[in-house]
Design a protein around this ligand. Sequence first.
Ligand code: CA
Length: 489
Amino acid sequence: MNTPNIVFIMSDDHACNAISCYNGMINKTPNIDRIAEEGLRLDNCLCTNSICTPSRAVILTGLHSHKNGVYTLADRFDSSKDSFVKQLKNTGYQTAMIGKWHLGHSENSLPQGFDYWSILPGQGLYHNPEFIEVDGRKTVEGYVTDIITDKAINWLDSIDTNLPFYLSVHHKAPHRPWIPDEKHKHMYDDIDIPEPENFNDDYSNRSEAARNAKMRIEQDMNALDLKVQLKEGYGPYDSFPIPENLHGYEFITNEGETVAFKTKAELKSWKYQRYIKEYLRCIASIDDNVGRLYEYLNGKGILDNTLFIYTSDQGFFLGEHGWYDKRFMYEESLKMPFVARYPKKIPVGSVCDHIITNLDFAPTFLDFAGVSIPSYMQGKSAVHLFEGFNDAIWQDSMYYRYWMHLTEHNVPAHYGIRTKRYKLIYYYGKPLGKSGCVDRETNPEWELFDLEKDPMEMNNVYFDTHYQEIVKQLKEELEKLKLEAQDFE
Ligand code: CA
């Protein structure tokens, strides 16, 4: 049989810096690493709009946000649109979607093109989650990452494995508020996770956009994020930002421990440990479950005939720039982890550093399946790159656009271009009437980063005289990319 099965495991907000095969120094992910060791790791896999719902719509359709209609978190996907899954189903693939759909669950946003689906409503719950299925809602006892994997295995048990299948396994974890399972609850209890080198970024050589963003570990996390108890007189935890100035302030943690701080720096470091350990505990469970699915397919003798993928809908800040969250075009948010195993086509232990985006996933999967790629798709098949061939004319830049102006984390809408060496960002500062945006304009501003000299993006060199020729070239290239993407706004 030459038609591969495809297992697409996608988690939510898993940054490359928390995966050991990406030189992540803060944790171990042996099961994700094994996929890369036995297959391929993409080192320049980039998200065209770094936020949950929009990224998912791009992946399904192979179309940019402005073409698939899902610009922001407030938009819902029109499931009557074509998708690569519908294309696979039309050629005889058995198809299933299990876990976090996050594209809406009104009638016209529910999954289409899947023989079977079982999805979390909205963000879903970590413990005892409810699932929506074709015949209604059902609560399942247990931990969400385990349950999603159980459901995937149950579906695989029910199908004809002599026919090809496509399976989406979409984990809720490690999305905020980062609640681990019982098994990993005390992992990292006795150690400190190292802080990133720019943890104490003061945003002095950057845009107002960076300075004004409300995703600072120091001041923007709430009681639920930090797992501390509420005091009398505060509102509900989700509208309870802990004040910045907490010198000497005492907290009672959810574990019942009283903690007190003398300095702001001490408090910030404590918050980081609270956050990052919970995040990594959630990932430990994902990694275990990636291993479970791998072993299941191996046991059935179908692993080697399966394109087995692990990725995340975008990246995430793990204390870099003092932040959590995503949205920005900065590296930690822009970069998606992507590892894939399929020994019939993908050389063992390979690494590809060509720029590949989530727009390219749909055409690539169709190409692997031998299904022709619809001409409307804006991405390109990267199968030859997965196979280890070089491509001198492959894209050497990508177009990024974040539309969700200012909402929640105060990140202004922006677009930009990323090449292997440079990144030019334009914060145009307008909501443009898109849903889910704050209706207020911000000052337009530009940023340029030289990633070779400044990989942590600490110095905006847009105004530096040495870079004026580069700015000019990148602006031209950016206009070209915008035109190619048919983005006229
Ligand atoms: Ca996400």
